[in-house]
Write a new protein. Structure first.
Ligand code: GLY
Ligand code: MN
Ligand code: MN
Length: 441
């Protein structure tokens, strides 16, 4: 399964339509990031740039221009690296300007070195500039320079666009609503990531290092040509209480849980999965009691991902169940409504219940519309990830509960038929986890 040029073109068509007449949109891909001297991070295209172009090479800028009337269509220009035999021997194939036209269906293509020169002509006398302000400081400075250069021509009757519009508002909204094909890609990312979690459950052993377990996940990602969609969290015991723990350098101890938050991206579409399971294959009574509370909250929250429901509904549902569970187990005292109103739940549950998911793990898209949390629409994808984190030094609870961190996270599509869970392949009930781990060699 691959997106085709027809998919990227359809997206550009929609963007041009939204821009209306006399507009110009300028979209740059990511800058290459240096890791340390002479060693770059592997390049990963900017999600919104790739969304519109399908072009994965570095140093590229797309320009979309509309004219007098939207019926005249639009021009799509791609500025990219030129072919270069010597550099291609060192760094690999480049599409070049011919490839930009032939393979990527640009109407016009230019060497990236000509951008400063060519863009001024394109900017002149457009009414609206659509630009992703605030993404890359250096590129922002270049755009400001181009505007100044265009305005320097005012006495010749020229000038820069009167309106500068935040392009991300349009692109984010497009990306928030996933097509059937995008959901298919996300399903593949979810399937590979699920396989990785299952492998982790099957291979974990007491005294293993956290990074060795991370390597088991990476093995499955790599075998499928994928990379992690974000830094993997593999936290044994109390490390599971550190929300963004990524050191993964401690010993996994017999009797502890391990919390794994890890997933891959497939063709630039991410999954995001968390599972928490016992390192020795069997939950202790306290671990099981808290786990059952989180699972109950998670299942109910997933069920609240219904078209027409508020984005926040799963969070409200989850918080109520988590806190009732803690009251029942004696970790909290008082009145449930009061605990929720005063936000005392922050002691044990200090993050939201999810976020949009797509090409970016924390995907784009506004969460509110006209001041209120927006409602789920078919094709929106959200994570549902409640948890409970009992700090190792929390003296308000009995010592037996301390240092237990649990999160369960799945990826859910809102559909007209109800929530569709992309990550359902990874077991999550106590019985299923223990059964799977018991069969591991
Ligand atoms: N893995 C990042 C998150 O769950 O938000
Ligand atoms: Mn998440
Ligand atoms: Mn996650």
């Amino acid at each position: 399964m691959k997106l085709t040029q027809a998919d990227f073109q359809e997206r550009r068509d929609r963007l041009a339509e939204e821009m209306g007449p006399h507009g110009i949109a300028i979209i740059a891909t990511s800058a290459v990031a240096m890791r340390n001297r002479d060693a770059d991070y592997k390049f990963r295209a900017d999600s919104s740039f790739f969304y519109l172009t399908g072009f994965a090479e570095p140093e590229a800028v797309a320009v979309i221009e509309t004219f007098e009337s939207i019926d005249e269509g639009y021009t799509y220009s791609l500025f990219c690296r030129e072919r270069n035999r010597d550099l291609e021997i060192w760094n690999g194939y480049r599409a070049g300007v011919d490839g930009a036209v032939d393979e990527y269906e640009a109407d016009e293509a230019y060497a990236i070195d000509l951008l400063d020169q060519e863009i001024i002509e394109k900017l002149l006398n457009k009414q609206k500039l659509f630009y992703r302000i605030g993404q890359q400081a250096e590129f922002d400075a270049r755009v400001s320079q181009w505007i100044a250069e265009a305005d320097a021509q005012q006495r010749r009757g020229n000038g820069s666009p009167a309106h500068v519009i935040q392009l991300d508002r349009l692109l984010d909204e497009m990306r928030l609503h996933k097509s059937a094909k995008e959901i298919e890609l996300m399903q593949i990312a979810a399937n590979i990531s699920s396989e990785a979690h299952i492998r982790a459950m099957q291979t974990v052993k007491p005294d293993m290092m956290e990074y060795a377990l991370e390597a088991e996940l990476n093995y499955i990602f790599g075998q499928n040509g994928c990379v992690p969609a974000y830094n993997s969290i593999v936290g044994g015991g109390a490390n599971g209480c550190i929300l963004h723990y990524v050191e993964n350098d401690q010993v996994l101890k017999d009797g502890d849980l391990v919390l794994i938050d890890a997933a891959c991206e497939y063709q630039l579409y991410a999954a995001d999965i968390t599972r928490t399971f016992p390192i020795n294959g069997k939950f202790s009574p306290e671990q099981k009691a808290l786990y059952e509370v989180v699972l109950k909250a998670q299942l109910a929250a997933i069920d609240a991902v219904q078209v027409g429901n508020s984005y926040k509904e799963p969070h409200h549902v989850a918080v109520r169940i988590l806190m009732q569970g803690l009251l029942d187990l004696g970790l909290m005292q008082g009145d449930l409504d009061q605990i929720i109103k005063s936000e005392r739940f922050n002691q044990f549950y200090m993050h939201g219940t999810g976020h949009w998911l797509g090409m970016d793990v924390h995907d784009v898209g506004s969460y509110k519309a006209e001041g209120d949390w927006r409602n789920y629409e078919a094709g929106m994808v959200v994570t549902i990830e409640p948890g409970l984190y009992i700090a190792p030094d929390d003296e308000t609870v009995d010592v037996k509960w301390r240092g237990i961190g649990i999160r369960i996270e799945d990826d859910v599509v809102a559909t007209a038929e109800g929530p569709l869970v992309l990550t359902k392949n990874v077991v999550k009930s106590v019985t299923d986890i223990e059964a799977l781990m018991a069969t591991a060699s």
